[in-house]
Design a protein around this ligand. Structure first.
Ligand code: FES
Length: 164
């Protein structure tokens, strides 16, 4: 980020904090707005909040890393969540995860280099009877198997141009 970009981006964060009266108690709402703005919480933004609101940086990171809604690294256009909760695991959820890792050439918690996909492991998506469950953004896919992943990834790649 060059100096003028830096000033502009810091200005955006300042505006968000100003809308929340520069209040420490508004930290979660401020983080939500920044997540909406950048799709993740950049480290420089967290440092800026810490300085401006006079909150220790470790505390800002503590809140940012506690909630699943926040991301500390840039994530892909699609977030693929594979359930490895007990019910899904016994039905083969771990094999679905292994196949995603193999096909996307990343491990759980990582993002593909082209920023198309982020792969995450979750413990339950709340529809255990339909397991193994996969969620892509807010869409559920039940009874998944390694054999179904190729067409799912292909379909997502085809529609990614209009996505977000
Ligand atoms: S364990 Fe997978 S949806 Fe509940």
């Amino acid at each position: 980020m060059n100096l003028s970009e830096n000033i502009t981006e810091h200005g955006k964060i300042d505006k968000i904090m100003k809308n929340h009266s520069w209040e420490e108690s508004e930290l979660i709402s401020i983080l939500h707005e920044i997540e909406n703005l950048y799709d993740y919480l950049p480290a420089w933004a967290l440092r800026h909040i810490s300085e401006k609101l006079n909150i220790p940086l470790i505390q800002v990171y503590g809140v940012a890393s506690f909630y699943n809604a926040f991301h500390l690294t840039q994530h892909g256009k699609y977030i693929i969540r594979v359930c490895e909760g007990t019910a899904c695991h016994v039905k083969g959820g771990h094999r679905v995860m292994e196949e995603f890792e193999r096909k996307l050439n990343i491990e759980a918690g990582e993002t593909t280099k082209d920023l198309d996909f982020t792969l995450e492991r979750v413990n339950c998506l709340g529809c255990c009877a339909l397991g193994p469950m996969v969620m892509v953004d807010d869409k559920y896919y039940g009874q998944m198997s390694p054999a179904k992943l190729g067409s799912l990834i292909k379909q997502l790649k085809k529609t990614r141009i209009d996505h977000k």
